[in-house]
Design a protein around this ligand. Structure first.
Ligand code: SAM
Length: 516
């Protein structure tokens, strides 16, 4: 394959731009596979540039001539594992701050910790066990420790274990030092600042008594067993803004590992834009003011309990069978060749068979059957759509996107295709594309409430708060006119009432200054 200048320019470091070592698509794939197997890290469109930038830097640092040499070095050289760790230190993103996501900490302090304290205060062990997984510089774990201190003045009488783990050695060093610059603690409530920090020059140094409450350790969630002593019998796990970078399989394994280590009724905090939908149904979603937290349950819950905010749409194939794809009549007019109608008839029979397999959840067989239909009629849009849904559910987003683009070439008002294109663009990090696709949905169907809701979420994520507010209000206006129990188009697990509450919560959050 020809070498192409695959890498773009790292956005934040444009000024340092130098010519990049070229990396073919195939080589990039190799690095991608390695990073998934070593750390679960998947690089979608929005982050390929930064990965390429780091690869480029390391190739030069090691004095190697090409991406392939660097790959072989990582894989076969005796220093390969050392270099791999350096690479992981560079490609992981450690953005964090104290008391991140205020509604989470409000739920922790006002409801969850008091519940745990009440349950355990009369037990001999009086233990509270918490894990901040993917802790970055420790802000999350120390915020938890401070919250506990505020709630439990007699904290020394308790057996408190707070474990903070990460695989990035640089952030772990910072977490252990617990020395912060002014800007790091901008979100810190003033009242705690003087109580728990001392000012040293331009820095704030965390009080030794808080530091001692937190055990900072190296741990790779994707590779290492969950075997540390502090990982047993947990009351709460925080793993926020970590699995967002993982591939689906790693996320599943990690979340199941968390499940096993939590006590019955233990709580799992995940990030704002993370979801357990399609990951597990072994947690219940508990609604707290302006947020949802997951609770371990011993009985699997209905999918509705986990919130698929931007999931692959649930598709009712019966609803999308378009009449014109079901030709059954004999050829009448001379200008329509008999073979065409016959092959359309055959296609219709095959389509009904394929749709049946799909409904029976025999997806691989259904996929092949839809392919057969397309062989007879390459513009059979419903078969393309069904194939796209199957591919999307297998996380084969690129192929799914290709199928969908074929559809809109034939029918540029096929709402379901635009919607799924929007979801896939969002999943692969292309928010501009996602925004355009959802815009098209509301153009085709101004009553498409889920598209407004998704637009609102995109703007909220991008901190375009006025636009987010407008979209959530659009959704609310529509939802208020619906019966509470009405299922939402493309997400039948949602009722109008559930989505209405989610929109209102988001508006409250915007009012409260978003994530802080
Ligand atoms: C964006 S930070 C989130 C920090 C904190 N949880 C928060 O929400 O503020 C993500 C952290 O996950 C860590 N991380 C990424 N992959 C990991 C893995 N496989 N094992 C452990 N930590 C990982 C990164 O090093 C980074 O520090």
């Amino acid at each position: 394959m020809a070498k192409v200048p695959f890498c773009g320019i790292h956005k934040k470091r444009k000024h340092k731009m130098t010519r990049k070592v070229s990396i073919t698509d195939g080589e990039f794939e190799l690095f991608q596979k390695m990073l998934i197997s070593e750390a679960g890290l998947r690089f979608y469109k929005d982050r390929t540039d930064s990965l390429c930038y780091v690869l480029d830097e390391r190739i030069k640092k090691r004095g190697l001539a090409s991406a392939r040499e660097y790959y072989d070095f990582l894989k076969y050289n005796s220093d390969g594992s050392v270099e791999l760790q350096t690479l992981l230190d560079l490609v992981t993103i450690g953005e964090t701050y104290f008391f991140r996501n205020k509604p989470h900490f409000d739920a922790l302090v006002n409801f969850i910790l008091p519940e745990i304290i009440k349950k355990k205060e009369n037990t001999p062990a009086k233990s509270i066990r918490i894990w901040s997984a993917g802790c970055s510089k420790g802000d999350e774990a120390y915020s938890i420790a401070i919250s506990l201190r505020e709630l439990l003045p007699s904290y020394k009488d308790w057996n408190i274990s707070i474990l903070a783990t990460d695989l990035n050695r640089n952030v772990l060093r910072d977490a252990k030092n617990a020395v912060y610059r002014k800007k790091d603690i901008a979100s810190f409530p003033e009242k705690y600042l003087t109580k728990y920090f001392s000012e040293e020059g331009n820095n704030y140094v965390l009080d030794e008594s808080v530091k001692k409450m937190v055990n900072v350790k190296y741990h790779n969630l994707a590779k290492d067993p969950f075997a540390l002593e502090e990982m047993k019998n947990l009351d709460i796990i925080f793993c926020r803004n970590v699995t967002i970078y993982f591939d689906l399989e790693t996320t599943r394994t990690v979340i199941n590992g968390f499940y096993d280590r939590l006590l019955k009724d233990g709580y799992l905090f995940i990030g704002h834009s993370e979801t357990l939908w399609k990951i597990t149904n072994r947690f219940e979603t508990i609604e707290f003011p302006r947020t949802f937290i997951y609770k371990k349950t011993l009985h699997p819950v209905e999918e509705i309990e986990a919130k698929p905010f931007m999931g692959i749409p649930s598709i009712d194939l019966d609803e999308i069978i378009h009449e014109e794809t079901l030709v059954t009549e004999e050829p009448k007019e001379k200008e329509v060749p008999a073979e065409t109608v016959m092959s359309k008839n055959k296609g219709s029979i095959l389509y009904v068979k394929a749709a049946k397999l799909f409904r029976e959840k025999k997806y691989q067989e259904a996929f092949l059957a839809f392919d057969e239909v397309i062989k007879l009629d390459k513009n059979h849009i419903d078969s393309h759509f069904a194939k796209a849904v199957i591919l999307a559910n297998r996380s084969e987003y690129e192929d799914a996107t290709k199928e969908l683009k074929k559809i809109i070439k034939t029918d540029n008002l096929y709402l379901e295709a635009y919607y799924l294109l929007g979801v896939l663009a969002h999943k692969t990090g292309d928010l501009t594309e996602a925004e355009n696709r959802f815009r098209k949905c509301v153009y085709i169907d101004p009553g498409m409430v889920l598209a407004y809701f998704n637009l609102g979420n995109i703007y909220l994520y991008e901190k375009r708060l006025a636009k987010a507010t407008r979209e959530f209000n659009n959704a609310i206006r529509l939802l208020e006119g619906k019966p509470k129990e009405e299922p939402i188009k493309f997400c039948e697990d949602f009722t109008a009432d559930f989505l209405l509450r989610a929109c209102r919560n988001n508006l409250l959050e915007i009012g409260a200054g978003n994530d802080r």
